[in-house]
Design a protein around this ligand. Structure first.
Ligand code: HEC
Ligand code: HEC
Length: 329
């Protein structure tokens, strides 16, 4: 009597225990007594289906129809361009205070790591010198004079080496960020007259600024003292790699975003103002620390200044660029 009870228990429990052994490799289909949704009939993506004439299970949307919420006819809103494909000048939605705050929030989440809280390009990624292409300062005339559609497109499509943020930031938030960039630009370009209309004391600000400059100077000197003073072609090559110069400048004669460095030194350069100059050391130095002063013909003035590099670093870069030229003595 007692033994048969155990047998009955074993007869029920054993198959259940065995059938629940899943997650291992089976030669055959696993035992699956509970027919749940794993077994339902369905078509996998790209699977064949003879029910349709073209034998495809995946169906195209019916011609001439658009799914709800997918109509993006408003080019200005969705792409930042007008009918002719030119960037629109102004944000195509109402800019309210709360919209601006939304933009601030999103800007601080997505853009500050590179462009900085103030939009001056001093984000933490840039400050720590990870070798990323420097993010431009939003307060230069070159960037400030851009249309608002251009900023929108930069977020939606990316720009040169900056990736697109289309998957992370929804359309309306992109415009909110654009509005906030304009606010940042305004904050950094207020005229003295306008500031004087308000009852604020600039003394504490000026003191903080002077203190910051002193700290930066001390940091530079400490770096110099650490033996960063050597000038060599080898070091120039490393600095060029660390600063991602090679994403825009080739050394084999091919054209990237910027002119190639092959045979650049000593060659005659035509500038966008029609002047011609010889690319001597002084020219290279200016090209690195103040690139918009002399813009090579046929190129956009899209290089940011590398004036934060120490003299010995800049001299090493020049030595390296020189070493790539047949014109070097
Ligand atoms: C990972 C770093 C990084 C982040 C994050 C980033 N950017 Fe950029 N951004 C760059 C770099 C680098 C460039 C310059 C790209 C180049 O010249 O190759 C750039 C260029 C731009 C430009 C073009 C300026 C010009 O030259 O005309 C705009 C506008 C811009 N970014 C806006 C934004 C906004 C808005 C966000 C946030 C949604 C953002 N960026 C987030 C790195 C970044
Ligand atoms: C985002 C792309 C980009 C990066 C990164 C970049 N440059 Fe440039 N550079 C350019 C463009 C575009 C020009 C041409 C327009 C101009 O002269 O401003 C240029 C011009 C130059 C020139 C003058 C070339 C000529 O034919 O007249 C020199 C030298 C130069 N860059 C050096 C550097 C160095 C050194 C670095 C890294 C520390 C660097 N660049 C990083 C885009 C870039």
């Amino acid at each position: 009597m007692k033994a048969s009870k155990y047998l009955l228990f074993a007869a029920i429990a054993l198959p259940l225990v065995l059938s629940s052994c899943r997650g291992e490799r089976f030669k055959h289909q696993p035992v699956h007594p509970n027919m749940n949704m794993d077994q339902q009939e369905r078509f996998e993506p790209q699977e064949e289906n003879n029910f349709f004439e073209d034998n495809r299970a995946m169906r195209k949307p019916v011609d001439g129809t658009i799914a709800r919420g997918k109509l993006k006819a408003d080019k200005a809103f969705y792409e930042g361009v007008n009918e002719d494909g030119d960037y629109i000048e102004n944000i195509p939605v109402d800019v309210t205070k709360s919209f601006l705050y939304r933009g601030k929030k999103q800007y601080e989440v997505f853009c500050t790591p590179c462009h900085g809280l103030k939009g001056d390009g001093n984000g933490i990624i840039m400050a720590n010198n990870y070798g990323y292409v420097p993010a431009p300062d939003f307060h230069t005339d070159f960037v400030r004079e851009r249309n608002e559609g251009y900023y929108y497109a930069a977020i939606a499509n990316g720009v040169r080496t900056m990736p697109s943020y289309a998957t992370q930031i929804e359309v309306k938030d992109r415009w909110a960020i654009v509005a906030y960039i304009r606010a940042l630009q305004y904050s950094q370009n207020v005229s003295k007259d306008e500031v004087e209309q308000y009852d604020v004391s600039l003394d504490s600000l000026n003191q903080a600024f002077a203190k910051k400059q002193e700290e930066e100077q001390a940091k530079k000197e400490a770096q110099k003292a650490k033996g960063g003073g050597e000038v060599s072609v080898e070091r120039g090559k490393t600095i060029a790699t660390n600063n991602a110069c090679n994403t825009c400048h080739s050394t084999d004669g091919s054209r990237l975003v910027g002119p190639t460095w092959k045979d650049l030194y000593g060659s005659e350069r035509t500038l966008d103002n029609g002047e011609t100059v010889v690319a001597d050391e002084e020219y290279l130095r200016t090209a690195i620390v103040d690139p918009t002063a002399q813009v090579a013909e046929g190129f956009a003035p899209s290089m940011v200044p590398y004036d934060h590099l120490s003299d010995s670093k800049i001299n090493s870069l020049i030595a390296y660029i020189k070493s790539l030229s047949k014109n070097a003595e």
